[in-house]
Design a protein around this ligand. Structure first.
Ligand code: NAD
Length: 340
């Protein structure tokens, strides 16, 4: 399978290395308007062709898919262009910038007969996959409560300086992943409330958010995120999860242990990831999840089925982000939109 990577920035490097580690797929071209970035990628990863413009790339290369790792404001133009050229599309989160724009792009891809998947990788982290598997396997019975927590004091602005300038920060950039995990665990959300704060005075948006979600299945979950929490050791980039179900409870802790409590007692499972050989701590669990997501996408593409994080699925995660900002703004409970 032949693909092109659109965007040669900070995170694209993980995507590139993950593609190179997977069998039967080749990144035949890269594109970035920044010459230094595209030339670095071309040289470092031995890519045949590099372009400044996606249009030129799509006109000259015969491809099966594009992998868009460029910022959100580029998504609309790049997705339409790729769909016009009949290639399948993977696009980074946060997709499209608004649920309305996302909806029109999802519909456009469907009209053009190309698949659209979102690179939503947190639910593919090994430890998170293990929690999802055990819940779906009915090991704790029907869940009635969850807490999905992402709190650390990591200097995220160093590798992603644009985050310090974003008006919408932690919910849109990071909370989106945690909300997606909540959906993967408990399903879609009927209503939610949210409070936010900005603790770091040097940034524009919110760096702390606390949400309460009522899911369609009756479960309540708390999603809480902070980049202003000082802990030693710093748990970045781990997501910690507590789930209570009718037959038992699961606790995913910062020491990469998953505790399964039932009436019979407690089992402890190590959920340490086997790191890709190119991984660089502390990013290991994220980098492994990129490989896992891309492997899942390839498997789905070959089987002709939608990826778990298809555009349509991701619409309902995006809608939670939108609802969270509205709830925080109006200090009220909001019923999120959903794909129909
Ligand atoms: P970045 O600024 O480092 O890289 C973006 C690159 O896209 C830049 O090199 C830029 O020149 C290029 N670009 C801009 N317009 C383009 C266009 N029209 N065509 C091709 N390339 C173009 O940003 P980043 O930190 O790598 O983030 C990129 C995306 O990845 C964002 O959407 C971000 O939210 C996402 N991201 C996801 C994760 C994750 O865990 N899934 C983590 C970090 C970033």
């Amino acid at each position: 399978m032949k693909g092109a990577l659109l965007g040669c920035g900070f995170f694209a490097e993980n995507q590139m290395k993950a593609w190179q580690s997977l069998p039967g797929v080749e990144i035949a071209a890269v594109c970035d308007p920044d010459p230094a970035r595209r030339e670095r990628f071309q040289k470092a990863f031995g890519v045949t062709q590099a372009f400044a413009e996606a249009r030129e790339l799509l006109e000259q290369c015969r491809l099966d898919f594009v992998d868009i790792a460029a910022p959100t404001p580029t998504h609309e133009a790049l997705v339409r262009l790729a769909a016009d050229h009949g290639v399948d599309i993977i696009c980074q989160k946060p997709f499209a910038g608004s649920p309305d724009r996302a909806k029109s792009l999802i519909e456009y891809c469907a009209q053009k007969g190309v698949s659209l998947s979102i690179h939503e990788n947190f639910r593919f982290q090994y430890a998170v996959r293990e929690v999802i598997r055990r819940v779906r396997n009915d090991e704790i019975g029907t869940p009635f409560f969850g807490r999905i927590s992402y709190r650390n004091g990591f200097d995220v602005y160093k590798s992603q300086p644009y985050l310090a300038r974003a008006e919408r920060f932690i919910i849109e950039d990071l909370g989106i992943h945690v909300l997606d995990i909540a959906r993967a665990l408990f399903g879609d959300v009927h209503r939610l409330s949210c409070e936010t704060s900005r603790i770091n005075p040097d940034i524009v948006g919110e760096d702390v958010a606390t949400l309460m979600l009522r899911h369609d299945n009756g479960a309540t979950s708390i999603v809480d995120c902070s980049y202003a929490t000082h802990l030693t050791p710093d748990p970045f980039p781990q997501t910690l999860i507590d789930i209570d179900g009718a037959k038992g409870s699961l606790r995913l802790t910062a020491d990469a242990r998953l505790y399964l409590h039932t009436r019979e007692g407690c089992e402890t499972h190590r959920v340490e990831v086997s790191a890709p050989d190119w991984s660089t701590p502390p990013w290991t669990i994220i980098q492994e999840s990129v490989v896992a997501f891309q492997a899942h996408w390839l498997e789905c593409r070959r089987a002709g089925v939608e990826a778990d994080t298809s555009g349509r699925d991701n619409y309902n995660t995006l809608a939670l982000v939108e609802a969270a900002y509205e709830a925080a703004d109006r200090h009220t409970v909001v019923m999120p939109e959903r794909w129909s």
